[in-house]
Design a protein around this ligand. Sequence first.
Ligand SMILES: N[C@@H](CCC(=O)N[C@@H](CS)C(=O)NCC(=O)O)C(=O)O
Length: 182
Amino acid sequence: MTNYKLTYFDFHGGRGEPARIAFSIGGIPFEDDRVPFAEWEGRKAGTPFGSVPVLGADGQTLSQSNAINRYIGRQAGLYPSDPWEAALCDETMDAVEDVISEIASTMFLPEEEKKARREALAAGPIPFYLARLQQKLEANGGRYFAGESLTMADLKVAILIRMLRSGMLDHVPADLVDRRGA
Ligand SMILES: N[C@@H](CCC(=O)N[C@@H](CS)C(=O)NCC(=O)O)C(=O)O
């Protein structure tokens, strides 16, 4: 059996969370390596692209969250074998990644600039992506984003929605997801 180690920050959510959940759903043992923020600077240079998540697999290393999601998703039965359904799964994960990247780019801005950028995101791009994700979901029957069972795409969207609803993002209203007409 492969020895897996998933390295990500020590919080509930973010780019590393879908793989953590997939390990759990798939009953696949892994080392849950949670990096305290205070230790990150010392560990950053040792990662492939200066970022996490990073997956260790018997000493080999894989980075990039959606590559990890596909790889672990396959092991856990959460990634479609049908090529078209796999592409739909990828499409949704990449769309979520677009939103995450926009939000992440505001994290360390000076407060005034952060407020302006996040209010602009909440006024346009985030509701746009949510509405288009909703359309995609409905086009696939309304329950799953790809195929007829749970995939990594569903996990990735669920974690985004949970973050948006959590109120943890200053200047992004916690009820944004639930507003009608988004
Ligand atoms: N494209 C990468 C982006 C990874 C990324 O930016 N991760 C963030 C955490 S979600 C990070 O490592 N931030 C710390 C840093 O960039 O120093 C992926 O999808 O894994």
